[in-house]
Design a protein around this ligand. Structure first.
Ligand code: GDP
Length: 448
């Protein structure tokens, strides 16, 4: 599905990564080409524009690392923006609810709704060991209910017995009751589609939603319809409210724009992708893997990530040296906090070191948690560089404004300043003492 876009991007970056130095004009020219490639792949105009703005801004502010070329850096930036556009993290179907968990499937006729319903039921049964009941609420298409029953037999999932003459809402109620009384974990509602969105369809979906009280409402959309699929998702979300999207026919030779625009336009995650007609042809949607498939530059991305780790190590060493000399200012503190966050918060740092149980307890006693780290950094980031170097120059009025800027109280600002002072003093007093490890520094920073 992403071959066309992938080839174009490869062409653009191939030229870029071979150059030694890049001017701003080089970057701009490359971004113009990326924008064109995105639009040709049928990515929504706004999404392409935002994409390029983000990538350009980051390219300008990017830290220069000696071991990699500017072109490689640009590839990494585009990769990151791509992942963010796709939604950053995989979001599977949410099964955290009291059973029977209701899943409602919506979408246009022929999008692959019935097929996908059976695919999901099969996966929930086999992989998640759930007892699933499926019900077709499609009373318009004569064979629809029978089609679901056939697929159910094929994948070994039960379907609600068909009673002719019932309305969709009646069937939904009957399915919910059967699932509840017979102890099913999940009940899936396959609704009727139309060839296009119309008022009666939306009214019916709203009615079914009210009766079925679904925990998930998944829109099934055909990736081959590109922009139309995106508009469809927006419409369904505005009218019915969806919790996620399943993109089908990703195995086809569509241009990929739908996959790239969906999340940005609707704010709703693509949860799964259909990759064929077979019942097994359903995959989780992993933004990182898809980005890698589109860019096809995993090696460069890994290289830059590695180099970035080195920057962090250099920064840490620099900060440690400053600490040792008693020159630990608020900027250093912000850097340390940022590093702590990057390493997965306190939990992440703890996990890296053996025998830190004692420190963990100490931090728990001091009520230091990840939220505290974030808040403290937010306060520092609201200060000017000059204030970070010389906190003494801050007057009460400035502190008030800084607190407001970080969404906190003046007391919080004062507390942070006190903490910083205590740390800096202690470091000064220790001047010349042997270098201390990052954990000890961190502990000190929190006044432990
Ligand atoms: P519904 O009207 O939305 O319920 O659509 P169906 O489930 O009946 O599917 C319509 C057709 O699309 C069937 O022939 C399916 O086998 C096919 N189909 C569904 N999902 C996919 C997919 O991910 N890839 C491909 N290639 N075909 C699919």
């Amino acid at each position: 599905m992403f071959e066309g876009l992938s080839e174009k991007l490869a062409g653009i970056f191939d030229q870029l990564t071979r150059r030694g130095a890049l001017s701003e004009e080089d970057v701009n020219a490359a971004m113009r080409e990326v924008r064109r490639a995105l639009l040709e792949a049928d990515v929504a105009l706004d999404v392409a524009r935002t994409f390029i703005e983000k990538a350009k801004a980051r390219a300008v502010g990017a830290e220069v690392v000696k071991s990699i070329s500017p072109g490689q850096m640009v590839v990494k930036i585009v990769n990151d923006v791509l992942i963010e556009t796709l939604g950053s993290d995989a979001e599977p179907i949410d099964l955290n609810a009291a059973p029977p968990i209701a899943i409602m499937m919506v979408g246009l006729q022929g999008a692959g709704k019935t097929t996908t319903t059976a695919k999901i039921a099969k996966r929930l049964t086999e992989r998640f060991k759930k007892r699933v009941l499926m019900a077709s609420l499609d009373v318009k298409r004569p064979a629809a209910q029978e089609q679901l029953a056939i697929l159910g037999r094929q994948v070994g999932v039960e379907t609600l017995p068909i009673i002719a003459g019932q309305t969709p809402v009646q069937i939904a109620r009957r399915a919910e009751e059967a699932a509840r009384l017979q102890g099913y974990d999940v009940v899936m509602f396959d609704t009727a589609g139309r060839t296009h969105i119309d008022e009666p369809l939306m009214a019916e979906m709203a009615e079914i939603k009210a009766a079925a009280k679904p925990h998930e409402i998944l829109l099934v959309a055909d990736a081959l319809t590109g922009q139309d699929a995106v508009n469809l998702a927006k419409n369904f979300d505005d009218r019915v409210g969806i919790t996620g999207i399943v993109l089908t026919r990703v195995d086809g030779d569509g241009r990929g724009g739908a996959a790239l625009s969906m999340r940005a336009v609707t704010g709703k995650p693509i949860k799964l992708i259909g990759t064929g007609e077979k019942m097994e042809a359903l995959d989780d949607f992993h933004p990182q893997r898809i980005a890698n498939r589109i860019l096809g530059m995993g090696d460069i991305v890994a290289l830059v990530e590695k180099a970035a780790e080195n920057i962090d190590a250099e920064k840490a060493a620099r900060a440690a040296e400053r600490m040792r000399k008693g020159k630990f200012d608020l900027q250093d503190m912000a850097d340390q906090l940022a590093m702590a966050e990057k390493m997965g918060g306190l939990g992440g740092i703890m996990g890296l070191l053996p025998g830190v149980a004692k420190l963990k307890d100490a931090m728990a006693n001091a009520k230091v948690d990840d939220k505290t780290l974030k808040r403290q950094r937010a306060i520092i980031l609201s200060m000017t560089p000059e204030e970070r170097r010389n906190p003494e120059i801050m007057k009460a009025s400035r502190k008030k404004r800084i607190a407001a800027g970080a969404g906190m109280k003046v007391e919080d600002v004062n507390k942070l300043l006190k903490q910083h002072r205590a740390t800096a003093d202690m470091m000064k007093a220790m001047g010349g003492a042997p270098k201390r490890g990052p954990m000890a520094q961190m502990a000190q920073m929190f006044g432990m």
